[in-house]
Design a protein around this ligand. Structure first.
Ligand code: GRF
Length: 203
């Protein structure tokens, strides 16, 4: 399956997907990486790995809709089977999410439906949570909602700071995203109506 990754930052999750895709048995290949920020580190990482990396700077567009249309046009050219959001910090319209319904997934640094939105590590600590985690879900029109494909949990340790928690969680994110993309690309996770359906591995 051809995958396009949308990101806005350092792209460590994208790099984890690239790494997983080195295995010839992995069911997905990263065809291109798109960023709304031209200075995103993820673009350099992708280029260094020989992957097409395209910046579509949202500041150069008159409106949110015009920028999104440019991203959509680029995706039409790339023709991915699956779109992976990996730290893509732009809200998407319902037109866009409908177009990729069941074929677009996102990773979020919390155990959804707890803590959608930003600053999840701070909020987990402020709430006195003893566990934290990350979620990969199909993208629907509501941000950080949509059917859950896979989750991983980590313990909150005494003395944890937001940075310490983030540093431990990102390692779990990398493993989880590679596994979740494997499930989607192999057809073992799919969207059916409003639900995610997972089927057992073939034996
Ligand atoms: C990750 O924490 C991801 O869960 C969130 O944004 C961050 C992106 O990090 N959506 P990176 O760019 O993949 O390193």
């Amino acid at each position: 399956k051809r995958v396009a990754v949308l990101l806005s930052g350092r792209g460590s999750n994208m790099a984890a997907l690239l790494d997983a895709a080195k295995d010839p048995a992995y069911p997905a290949e990263i065809a291109a990486v798109l960023s709304n920020r031209p200075d995103a580190g993820g673009l350099d990482t992708a280029r260094a790995a020989g992957i097409e990396a395209v910046a579509i700077d949202h500041k150069l567009f008159a409106s949110r809709a015009a920028h999104e249309a440019a991203v959509a046009a680029e995706l039409t050219r790339i023709a991915p089977d699956i779109v992976c959001l990996a730290g893509y910090m732009r809200l998407l319209s319902q037109d866009f999410t409908d177009r990729f319904r069941g074929r677009m997934i996102n990773i979020h640094p919390s155990l959804l439906p707890l803590f959608p939105g930003l600053h999840t590590h701070e909020r987990v600590l402020a709430a006195g949570m003893r566990v934290h985690g990350c979620t990969v879900h199909f993208v629907t029109e509501v941000m950080d909602e949509g059917p859950i494909i896979a989750q991983a949990a980590i313990a909150v340790l005494p003395g944890d700071t937001p940075d310490a928690l983030a540093a431990r969680l990102i390692r779990a994110e990398h493993r989880l995203y590679a596994e979740a993309l494997r499930l989607v690309a192999s057809g073992r996770a799919r969207m059916s109506g409003d639900r995610a359906v997972l089927s057992a591995p073939e034996t």
